[in-house]
Design a protein around this ligand. Structure first.
Ligand code: CTP
Ligand code: MG
Length: 274
């Protein structure tokens, strides 16, 4: 039986591709069951966007939440997951000097590597991060700095799923009924039970993500997440449960919500100590 959440596109692939995919699955099941510590896992934390919908003078990733830039929250959240070996932040070239002011805080983050300059589109930024990962990296977790509240349990879940299948994302069930629209008209209503909101980190075998990015670049295709690019080269992508707190900070309301989540977590932690 196909694993829960597997995109069924594998069944329409040619025999050679199916053989290749079953080899990937077999190798990684062996890796995960027999030698779990041997896969090297890198993370790319993307902070090179302009934050146009957010607005303001400071780029979105550097806007403080509870007194600390959003990017530092996201980096610390990823570093809190023991499965992640190293982390490459990606920021806009013009914003690289801002990291010098954060050098002390950055130096305390486990596994942190030098930041690299991102590109005009999110896919360009992913490509830049990928190029900066150490050559031995086998799995890569791509995370948005705009999701500063992800927890280590969710990161561990998605990394573990990708160790086995080669490609996995976090997702949460759609609460609302989703409509496909064009202009003022409804085009259709997909089954709500089949609709999920994708989150990051999204974790892939490095070679699969690289192939997906290269194919997208060659086709001039721009996706809204990395999974979409991997799906379109015919690789099945699994999903595991994300978290409602792992929302993307897009506008000022989201920032206020992130502040509320953080203070609630602090209150919980203090209650646990008391
Ligand atoms: N991102 C990036 N490089 C780009 C575009 C986006 O690294 N060229 C990153 C953003 O910094 C963000 C994540 O991708 O952490 C998700 O993008 P989004 O939430 O859309 O952020 P922005 O692109 O910054 O915001 P906007 O679309 O409103 O301009
Ligand atoms: Mg954007």
């Amino acid at each position: 039986m196909a694993p829960r959440g597997t995109v069924p596109s594998v069944w329409v692939l040619g025999a050679a591709r199916r053989r290749q995919l079953s080899r990937i699955v077999r190798e990684h099941a062996e890796g995960a069951l027999g030698y779990p510590g041997l896969m090297s896992v890198g993370a790319i934390v993307l902070a090179a966007g302009r934050g146009e919908r957010f607005g303001g003078a400071v780029p979105k990733a550097f806007v403080p939440i509870a007194g600390k830039p959003m990017l530092l929250h996201a980096l610390a959240a990823i570093a809190a997951t023991p499965a992640i070996d190293f982390i490459v932040p990606v920021v806009a070239r013009t914003e690289l000097p801002r990291l010098e002011d954060l050098a002390t805080a950055l130096a305390e983050i486990r596994g942190i590597r030098s930041a690299v300059a991102g590109g005009a589109e999110r896919q360009d930024s992913v490509m830049a991060g990928l190029a900066a990962l150490p050559a031995e990296t086998e799995l890569v977790a791509v995370h948005d700095a705009a999701r500063p509240l992800v927890g280590p349990a969710a990161v561990t879940r998605v990394v573990d799923a990708a160790r086995v299948s080669g490609a996995a994302i976090l997702a949460v069930p759609a609460r609302d009924t989703i409509k496909r629209v064009r202009g003022g008209r409804i085009l259709g209503t997909p089954l709500r039970s089949e609709c999920y909101a994708a989150q990051t980190p999204q974790v892939f075998r490095v070679d699969l993500l690289r192939e997906a990015l290269e194919k997208a670049a060659a086709d001039g295709f721009r996706g809204t997440d990395d999974s979409e690019l991997v799906e379109r080269i015919g690789v099945p992508v699994d999903w595991v449960s994300g978290e409602t707190s792992n929302f993307k900070v897009t506008d000022g309301d989201d920032l206020a919500a992130a502040e509320r989540w953080l203070s609630a977590r602090r209150a919980d932690a203090q209650e646990a100590i008391a």
